[in-house]
Each structure stands twice: as C-alpha cells, then as structure tokens.
Design a protein around this ligand. Structure first.
Ligand SMILES: Cc1cc2nc3c(=O)[nH]c(=O)nc-3n(C[C@H](O)[C@H](O)[C@H](O)COP(=O)(O)OP(=O)(O)OC[C@H]3O[C@@H](n4cnc5c(N)ncnc54)[C@H](O)[C@@H]3O)c2cc1C
Length: 428
C-alpha cells in the first residue's frame, strides 16, 4: 500500500509550511481549508464523493437560506448550545458571512422573514466561485477518497479508485457532516473510527424533519398542501413550558413537516424520546379571537351549505376546513363554540418521527466534552472537528449553515495556532 507523506519542499520547510488534511468537502471543511491555506500551509481536501459540497448544493435547491439578519443575541439563542458556539459565531458573525459571500462576487439579500439568501437563491454559483478561489490559493482536492480510519502505523487510510492509500499529516480537520441524506455523503460512518480513539460521541437524532400523524384519508388526500399562517405550539414535558412558533406547515402522506414543524422539531423529538409521545397544538386563525369566531359562527346558517357558511363568515376553507371537520365531532359542526375552540386549539397527537435519513440535519455527533475550546479532540492532538458532525442543534433559517461556516473557520484558526506551537509533530 503506497504511503504518501506529503514531503515538504525546502522552501516549505524554511517557511514552516505544514501539511494539513481536511476530510469532508462540505461548507465546514472548505471553510477550514480556506483559513489554513491563508496561513501558508499545504492543504489537501479529501472527499469520498466524486464532487464537493453535495449537501450544500441540495440546500440551494429550495432557495439557499445562508443566514439570518436578526440581532446577534437573538440569533445565538436559536441554538441549543449557545454558550459553546458563541465564540465561534462571534469570530464569524452572520454579517461577516454576508461580507464573505460578497467577496466571492455574490450579493445577498434579506427576505421578509429576516432570512438571508444569495441573490440567485442558489448554492452552485457560490460553490463554483469558492472552489476556484481555494484552488487558486493552492488547496488540493482528492475526490473519491473515503477515509477509513488510522492504521497501526499511524497513517490515515483512504479507500480510493486506485486502491487503498495511506497518508501522514501535521494536522487534520474532520468535517464529515451529520447522518442524514446519506446519499449526499454524510453517512455518520466516521463515528466508529472516533470511538476507536475513545472520542465521546452522542447518538444521532433527526432534526428539522417530519413527524408521523395517523391522519384519516380525508386529511391524507391533502398531502403536499400547506396550512398557512398558523401558530403551532407544544408543551415541554419537563417544565410545562409552552413553545410557540408562527408560520406554515405542510401535510404529508405520513403526517406533517415544514417551517413551524422544523422550528418545533427539537422539542417534539425530545418529548417523543422522553415520553413516547408528543402533542402539537395549532391555532388556525391567530388573527381572530375565540370571541370573534363564536360571534360570527353564531349567525344563522340559513340555506347555505356548511362549507360556504364557514367560508363566508370566517374565511375557513380548504385544508383548514378539512382539519376542523376531522377534529370536531360531526354533531357539533354547527356548534359555534366547539368549532371556534378547535380552530384556536386543534390538538394533533404525534405518533413518531420520520426516519433520520430524511431529516434536513441531525443533532448528535462529537460531544462538546470531547473537544478543546479550539475544537481539537482532547483524545487526539492535532485533529480538529467542525460543522454538523459536532453535537449542536438549530432550526432551519440559516442557522445550520452559519454554524458550519463559523465552526469551520474556528477549527481552521485552531489548526494554525496549534501548528505554530507544535513545530515538529505529526498526527497519529
Ligand atoms: C434538503 C436540505 C436543505 C437544506 N437547506 C438548508 C438551508 O437552506 N440553510 C441551512 O442553513 N442549512 C440547510 N441545510 C443543512 C446544511 O446543508 C448542512 O447543515 C450543511 O451542509 C452541513 O455542512 P457540513 O460541512 O458540516 O457537512 P456536509 O455538508 O454534510 O459535508 C460533509 C462532507 O463529508 C464527506 N464525508 C463524509 N464521510 C466521509 C469520509 N469517511 N471520507 C471522506 N469524506 C467524507 C461527505 O461526502 C460530505 O461531502 C439543508 C440540508 C438539506 C438536506
């Protein structure tokens, strides 16, 4: 098996250039590569797929929500581990991210919800410009290189189309993503190789994914339709605290997903894991009070059908009307109080989570207890981690990518500092 030691040239040795591997060519890994190459080190990005940034490109398909424009303290509180992520996000803020995108020749804009998007909403132009800039700065790419752990002789093992390859490096950044959408590369298989080094990892859990609801065929017939402008809430089993989010959800063949569901997904998931069940309560008409609804629905229905009465009196139709018919007993469809109560408090029993591979992101992975402040593994000097493979969680809204970029640049900075203090050590 050939061993590539990335031998240093005379010039590199004089300039203290070191060899650094980035494993995983997603946003976190590429950001680490950029930071380390800028310090003058020889950086090689290893990626198991035939091309880079596949999940990032997929994120761009529905409109690349790269960050959020809300005040920094509010932004930070969207994460489940704000204290851990704070220094990373302070060192590379959402506003720094927008400047960085702009430096790649792509302007960003703030949508009506405060979310930040690149001008064309796509990831591909950004990724193209970024990879070109990385290559111009000397970053090398080794595609179809699947990292498979470290051998007894302490070299890093890769499965490649040319057979097994072994390499030695001065430092390594692991940025192999979480464990969803495995076909795009983030398969979570890396966990076994870190376990061999006694690195503490946390079980993967789906985040920003769908939930299973045993809806009747009447509701299932609306699969794909949005339930718009609602307030959704759930009660935390431990504290009894109510968590409330405004937005839309989508009815699916299996249950529910979409914006408000993603925003509540961490809480719904944790309730299911703790108690085996979760409840979702919807206010289908947040702009009207119960009293207003009761007053309008108490008018005489006359010769109208129920559907046209509901539509004319309170604007209730489509999927919202179907949901009300489903959740109000038939004999009470003309009872103004019962209908108003259900419109304001439609309580849906959640029967389970959709599979992890369908989730937009995953929680779990390398624990904050396993890394130093600079994201170097405590059990493995010279090896750093970044991005979604770290155990943090956040809703959609640009928070995921911002933390991947920020932790990538933080790990890159950590590598630069570590190399400057450890002149002649290689990772093993
Ligand atoms: C449909 C969808 C839409 C999304 N939309 C958004 C959005 O709008 N906004 C947002 O903030 N986030 C969004 N996300 C989430 C976001 O894309 C991810 O959080 C982000 O890509 C994670 O970045 P990462 O660099 O940590 O990992 P990844 O992007 O997953 O990259 C990890 C890389 O490591 C490689 N790898 C894994 N194992 C190995 C190995 N053993 N050897 C070599 N290489 C390996 C993988 O092939 C992969 O290329 C979306 C995700 C999905 C699926």
């Amino acid at each position: 098996m050939p061993i590539h030691s990335f031998e240093k040239t005379f010039d590199q040795a004089v300039n203290q250039t070191r060899t650094v591997a980035i494993i995983g060519a997603g946003p976190a890994g590429l950001m680490a590569a950029e930071r380390i190459a800028a310090a003058g080190h020889a950086v090689t990005v290893f990626e198991q797929k035939a091309s880079v940034g596949r999940k990032f490109l997929m994120a761009g398909k529905g409109g690349l929500n790269i960050s959020h424009s809300e005040p920094f303290e509010d932004f930070l509180q969207r994460y489940d581990q704000p204290d851990w992520l704070k220094p990373m996000l302070q060192a590379f803020t959402p506003s720094d991210l927008r400047t960085w995108v702009s430096d790649l020749g792509i302007e960003t804009f703030v949508g009506s919800s405060g979310r930040v998007f690149p001008a064309e909403m796509k990831a591909a132009p950004l990724l193209r410009a970024w990879v070109a800039r990385l290559k111009a700065s000397g970053v090398q790419f080794r595609l179809r290189h699947h990292w498979q752990g470290v051998s007894k002789d302490h070299t890093w093992q890769f499965h490649t189309p040319d057979g097994e390859q072994s390499y030695a490096f001065d430092a390594v950044v692991l940025a192999m993503g979480g464990a969803s959408w495995a076909r795009l590369g983030a398969d979570g298989a890396w966990r076994q190789w870190l376990a061999e080094r006694n690195v503490v990892t946390v079980d993967f859990k789906p985040s920003n994914g769908g939930f299973v609801v045993n809806f009747s065929p009447f509701i299932q017939a609306h699969a794909g339709e949005p339930v718009k402008s609602i307030v959704a809430s759930t009660v935390l089993p431990d504290s009894g605290k109510v968590i409330e989010k405004s937005g839309d959800l989508i009815i699916t063949e299996q249950g529910v997903e979409g914006g408000v569901i993603y925003a509540l997904s961490r809480h719904l998931r944790d309730a299911i894991l703790q108690t085996g069940q979760a409840q979702l309560t919807l206010d289908l008409m947040p702009s009207r009070s119960s009293e207003q609804l009761i007053s309008l629905l108490s008018k005489s229905i006359g010769k109208q059908t129920l559907a046209s009465f509901w539509r004319r009196q309170i604007g209730l139709d489509g999927i919202k009307a179907t949901l009300v018919r489903e959740y109000v007993p038939r004999q009470k469809w003309v009872d103004a109080s019962a209908v108003a109560h259900t419109i304001k408090n439609l309580t849906i029993a959640i029967d389970g989570m959709r599979p992890i591979d369908e989730a937009i992101s995953t929680a779990g992975g390398v624990s904050c207890l396993a890394v130093e402040k600079d994201l170097m593994l405590k059990q493995w000097p010279g090896v750093f981690c970044a991005g979604e493979m770290l155990d943090w969680d956040a809703p959609t809204g640009g928070y995921l990518l911002t933390a991947c970029f920020a932790s990538g640049q933080w790990a890159g900075q950590g590598v630069n500092e570590w190399l400057s203090h450890h002149a002649n050590e290689a990772t093993s």
